[in-house]
Design a protein around this ligand. Structure first.
Ligand code: ATP
Ligand code: MG
Ligand code: MG
Ligand code: MG
Length: 469
């Protein structure tokens, strides 16, 4: 059974053999790209190659890219623990053509790798194409011999890929694997497509447009290819598993979490172990790439992920900090492929330990307050915004942590109430500053806050903290 490390190599070698330059993953913090919170796909570092602004000394590239989807257009934070296929941190394997081959190259490459090198049975695969893309549909028929009913035409944005609100984009074709009828879910485009029976493994994007902020779109001068395949998803499939969290690498992290909390990896706490394993990866990789916990911007997203993980450790009965103790297991699993992890190990451990130590007392007290509030809450009522705000303001509970806690109990937060409690506090802060010597500075500060504040330093509500920056 190939390990995730081996599968990563097979992928990169296949494309190297086929004339692609192997390019290192770029940082999770996109360089020179204020439109994006985190690198969310392999194409981010090549964005300017598609638009023609940047020329490199190669026209075909392949990479395994570190991705985080915990904010912005692609946000999977709330899926973690609930689906078999989503992480906040994952590796995206990709091949890219910058004005070199187009559909006629990308489709045969993908089919050959999947059915020959990876030896996946053809009758378990199906594809989607953008509904108007006859060319791609015909190519699938010709190259793969797929019957019409396994070439599904999708009219929605699922088959028109965009990195974010602006940038290069285009129609895409996606490849799905059928994990069999023991698992709930329908084929793509059907009413129960959100189930996990048919799992999307690979997206091939036909880059041919550029989207601008004003909503307009232009045709790019050249036609390019951008593909993305989740390593953990192809890994699950090739290891005969349905669930990403049952792959060798994720499993080792789950076992480390179980050991550290003296609990059963497969017991009722399994969901907590899954969340912890996932969040351990995203927090560690973010720190290794220079993000530090903060009360705004990217650092606040990091803090939110950390605190969510800490709540799950708490639910497993952990009395002492746990997350920092899991870092060696992660370095063991991924340090060879990503040496920056080992280099930053001490920093990651210290940061986790100090955050966890700081948050521990207020976490315990906040959860108690939350439990008490729920006892008094009539069935079907939302948690009052003021309570959620108190948890945020006094106990350091990010709103999404409270929401995550309530989701298990099928409850929600009154987010409007939360927002107005927040607004009230801001107004008070403003009033108490006026008249002091600092008033002028404060006025300027709030002015800037109002204009740019959607993420950079407020970052308190889900929408703003997860918005694009
Ligand atoms: P899904 O519909 O399952 O959420 P997606 O359409 O959002 O996936 P793409 O943006 O097309 O995903 O990304 C390309 C590939 O990256 C996907 O086909 C999948 O293999 C992988 N991928 C996407 N999101 C995740 C995630 N959160 N965790 C793990 N792998 C992912
Ligand atoms: Mg998605
Ligand atoms: Mg999809
Ligand atoms: Mg997709």
């Amino acid at each position: 059974m190939p390990s995730l490390n081996e599968i990563r190599s097979t992928f990169l070698n296949f494309f190297e053999r086929n004339g692609h330059r192997v390019v290192d993953s770029s940082s999770i913090v996109p360089r020179n790209d204020p439109t994006l919170m985190f690198t969310n796909s392999g194409m981010v570092q090549f964005k300017n190659c598609f638009t023609g602004v940047e020329k490199r000394d190669y026209v075909r590239a392949t990479s395994a890219q570190k991705c985080v989807r915990a904010g912005g257009k692609h946000n999977d934070l709330d899926n973690v623990g609930y689906t078999a296929r989503h992480h906040t941190f994952f590796e995206m394997l990709g091949n890219f053509s910058f004005g070199d081959y187009f559909k006629e190259g990308a489709i045969p490459f993908a089919w050959e790798l999947l059915t020959k090198d990876f030896d996946i049975p053809k009758d378990r695969l199906l594809v989607t194409v953008y509904h108007t893309d006859d060319e791609a549909a015909q190519m699938w028929k010709k190259v793969a011999g797929l019957p019409d009913e396994r070439i599904i035409r999708i009219p929605t944005n699922d088959n028109f890929w965009q990195m974010g609100p602006t940038g290069p984009c285009g129609p895409c074709t996606e490849i799905f694997f059928d994990h069999g009828d023991k698992i709930w879910g329908g084929p793509p485009g059907s009413a129960d497509e959100d189930g996990d029976r048919f799992i999307e493994i690979w997206n091939l994007v036909f880059m041919q447009n550029e989207q601008f902020e004003d909503g307009s779109m232009r045709a790019l001068d050249m036609q390019s290819i951008d593909t993305g395949m989740g390593l953990e998803r192809i890994g699950a499939l090739l290891q005969g598993k349905h669930d990403n969290y049952d792959t060798d690498l994720m499993r080792h992290l789950i076992e480390a979490s179980a050991n550290a909390t003296s609990s059963d990896p497969d017991g009722p706490g399994n969901v907590h172990h899954r969340v912890i394993a996932d969040h351990l990866r995203s927090t560690s990789f973010l720190i290794a790439d220079g993000v530090m916990p903060a009360s705004d911007g990217r650092g606040y997203v990091l803090r939110r992920i950390m605190r969510r993980a800490m709540r799950h450790a708490h639910l497993l009965g952990a009395k002492d900090p746990v997350m920092y103790r899991l870092v060696p297991a992660l370095v063991r699993e991924m340090g060879a492929a990503y040496p920056e992890l080992g280099r930053a190990q001490a920093l990651i451990e210290e940061t986790l330990l100090s955050e966890e130590t700081r948050f521990k007392t207020t976490l315990d007290r906040g959860l108690k307050l939350l439990d008490e509030a729920l006892v008094d809450l009539p069935d079907g009522d939302k948690l009052p915004g003021e309570t959620a705000f108190k948890l945020y303001d006094t106990y350091g509970f990010p709103l999404d942590l409270t929401q995550d806690a309530l989701r298990e109990k099928a409850r929600e937060v009154d987010t409007e109430g939360f927002d107005s409690a927040m607004a009230e506090q801001k107004a008070k802060a403003r009033a108490s500053w006026s008249g002091s010597g600092e008033a002028a500075d404060a006025a300027i500060w709030f002015d800037i806050a109002e204009k740019t504040g959607t993420t950079e330093f407020l970052g308190y509500d889900t929408e703003s903290a997860e918005g694009q920056i």
